[in-house]
Ligand binder design. Structure first.
Ligand code: GRF
Length: 197
């Protein structure tokens, strides 16, 4: 399996997956990294790992259709067959969705279908969980479709919310299990234990 990553910021989930490929835990190869953010940690990590990487954004391609097509071209040129969103803050375009139907996956720092949708990302998810007084939160891996956080759920892992938790402490604990969950889920896809739609 050839993995192509789309990431906007730090890229710690991406790094966890790359590490699992390097160690042989995952039967997959990280082949390309695309970021909309020229200063992202994700691009720096890609360079450190000697993985081809590209900054593609509204700055490089002002027309959204051109950008969508360029993203697809780069993914296809690198023989990607599974697209991994790792903290990618942009909506996936129709050409990308049509080119990789059911083969774009995302990780979300909450238990979907709750605490998801447009504008519900990062710290906001953890703040909403705390505001609701929820006893449990977690992370979700799901297939990406045209609607934010909407596609079929592939896997979830729960985290208990403590009385002393802040959005920051929750974010930290959820991120730790995200790394485990993402690697585990991609492994199950690679072994055919999870069938993508
Ligand atoms: C993670 O919390 C992930 O669930 C969300 O964005 C964050 C990305 O973190 N989609 P990182 O860039 O992988 O460190």
């Amino acid at each position: 399996m050839n993995l192509g990553f789309l990431a906007s910021h730090n890229g710690s989930n991406m790094q966890a997956v790359i590490d699992a490929c390097r160690s042989g835990r995952l039967a997959a190869s990280p082949v390309v990294v695309i970021s909309n953010n020229v200063d992202s940690g994700a691009l720096e990590r890609a360079r450190n790992e000697r993985i081809p990487c590209f900054h593609l954004s509204g700055r490089t391609h002002p027309d959204p259709e051109d950008l969508d097509r360029e993203i697809v071209d780069v993914l296809l040129e690198h023989d990607v067959n599974l697209v991994i969103l790792a903290g990618y803050m942009k909506k996936i375009g129709p050409v990308t969705l049509a080119t990789f139907p059911g083969h774009i996956i995302n990780i979300h720092p909450g238990l979907l279908p709750e605490y998801g949708g447009q504008g519900m990302y990062g710290r906001r998810v953890h703040e909403a969980v705390l505001a609701a007084g929820a006893g449990t939160t977690g992370a979700t891996v799901h297939v990406v479709d045209a609607i934010y956080d909407n596609g079929p759920i592939l896997a979830q892992k729960k985290v208990r919310v403590k009385k002393s938790d802040t959005a920051g402490s929750l974010a930290k604990r959820v991120l730790e299990i995200e790394h485990e969950l993402y690697v585990d889920t991609i492994g199950r896809i690679a072994r055919g234990e999870i069938k993508l739609p």
